[in-house]
Write a protein that binds this ligand. Structure first.
Ligand SMILES: [Zn+2]
Length: 451
């Protein structure tokens, strides 16, 4: 028996209200809201069949909700295997689905490191077993993230996990020759190297953004040039070898300028920005609350402004969360000892609404591009919609999320789905709330709750 779902009154990309019929994992019919009764398509689906051969469908009242394509996160730390006390594939992907995500890319800095076919297949299978969203493992670039020898990139690419993105995230591939070799290697299968751009010699001991605030607080600084020097070098390298480079968590105005330059050259460079770098600034460090410690660090107001402008004009291709759960003993300690990183999956869309939609920089089609289509293209996700509108057309895979843009919610760190509680938004009131998420026609979230 086929399960049928009728979504009533939803506004795809904030446009006119529609009734959608979801059957066999795809959008089976679309009609003007309420008009389905007249055309019969939606009414027929909603009625089920009298003889019981077709069950009564699930009817979702989505009046006033905006539909977006299922979100894709290129940068998630799921912590399994190795730190299941901080997060698991199951808990992290619950958080993802509740945040509107249908695909997450799981970073390789687990224990053991995801640097072999065996480990990436393990993470991929854990994602399938959990079933909350698709998990695409990111393979390590170098063995053990040690930055000395290339990992088994080809074996990971041809494994069941079909890895296409590789990153030593948490560490920079700082050796230029290794970076060149990695870029050359992934050309064979159109893979991409995602670089954590941080020249390690310039950030040894760093605790926050370098500048006047660091001087005032007496904390060693992490200079913008440490990020920008690597971006410039790697853009030149990828232009030279004709490969694909993705820049993780861009955090400075100078980095935006460099990426604009690299794209103008025609080089295949893409970039992401985190929600926290769009909103939060280094002033928060004055509280010495380690929840604001993150790598790269929170920067200045001028940087957030440049990042918002870069995301709006497409210089920065997408938003990625850098969701980084940490157990309380690693995070709730004095500033210098605390691990860097913040939760992100359950709040990312809200922060993008606050910084980009409510400021008039992006419309809903723009949000769909920066949070779903662009990251799906970069990560080579199958079934990527051709354009922002096509996700809600007949025949498209029913992979979408329903959002109440008028909702306001107060973030309670102890009430998140993640196993950790290190959200920097605790106590803040954020706009927007996910009401439902569908993965190929199957609800993963309904009424704002995990299924
Ligand atoms: Zn990183």
């Amino acid at each position: 028996m086929t399960s049928v779902i009728v979504v009533r009154g939803v506004r795809p990309l904030g446009g006119d209200a529609r009734d959608l019929v979801i059957a066999d994992g795809t959008i089976a019919a679309v009609a003007p809201a309420g008009g389905g009764e007249r055309t019969g398509v939606v009414a027929e689906a909603a009625a089920g069949s009298a003889d019981g051969t077709r069950p009564a469908p699930l009817v979702v009242d989505a009046t006033g909700l905006v539909a977006l394509p299922g979100l894709v996160d290129l940068h998630t730390h799921l912590r399994e295997p190795g730190r299941e006390d901080a997060e698991t594939v199951d808990s992290g992907t619950r958080a993802a689905a509740l945040g509107g995500y249908t695909t997450v890319f799981a970073m390789a800095n687990t224990d053991p490191v995801a640097d072999t076919a065996g480990v990436v297949e393990q993470v991929w299978r854990l994602g399938q077993d959990a079933g909350h969203c698709d998990v695409r493992p990111v393979g390590a670039v170098t063995r053990g993230l040690a930055g000395e020898r290339l990992a088994e990139l080809g074996a990971m690419a041809s494994s069941a996990a079909a890895v296409r993105m590789f990153s030593d995230d948490g560490h920079c591939v700082s050796d230029a020759l290794l970076m060149r070799r990695a870029l050359e290697y992934v050309k064979a299968f159109d893979g991409v190297i995602a670089q954590h751009a941080e020249e390690p010699r310039l950030t040894a001991g760093a605790q926050m953004n370098e500048g006047a605030m660091a001087a005032r607080l007496g904390l060693p600084g992490w200079p913008a040039v440490a990020e920008e020097a690597i971006i410039a070098r790697d853009a030149l390298l990828t232009g030279h070898v004709g490969s694909r480079l993705h820049i993780c968590h861009v955090s400075t105005a100078g980095s935006v300028e460099l990426i604009r330059w690299a794209k103008a050259k025609g080089w295949r460079v893409t970039a992401e920005v985190t929600p926290h770098h769009l909103l939060l600034t280094e002033e928060l460090v004055a509280s010495y609350d380690p929840v604001y410690k993150v790598n790269p660090p929170l920067r200045t107001e001028a940087d957030t402004e440049a990042l918002r402008a870069g995301l709006a004009d497409g210089t920065i291709d997408c938003v990625a969360t850098d969701h980084a759960p940490h157990a309380s003993e690693d995070k709730e300690t004095e500033w210098a000892a605390a691990r860097p990183g913040m939760l992100g999956l359950e709040t990312a869309l809200s922060i993008v609404i606050q910084t980009m939609v409510e400021t008039g920089r992006l419309d809903w089609a723009g949000v769909a591009d920066r949070m779903a289509l662009a990251p799906a293209r970069i990560g080579a996700v199958a079934d990527t919609p051709r354009d922002p509108a096509s996700f809600a057309q007949v025949g498209a895979p029913a992979t979408l999320t329903l959002l109440d843009p008028e909702a306001r919610r107060v973030i309670d760190p102890l009430a998140v789905a993640s196993r950790s509680s290190n959200t920097p938004y605790g106590g803040r009131t954020l706009p927007g709330a996910i009401r439902a998420t569908f993965l190929r026609g199957r609800p993963t979230v309904l009424d704002g709750k995990i299924i």
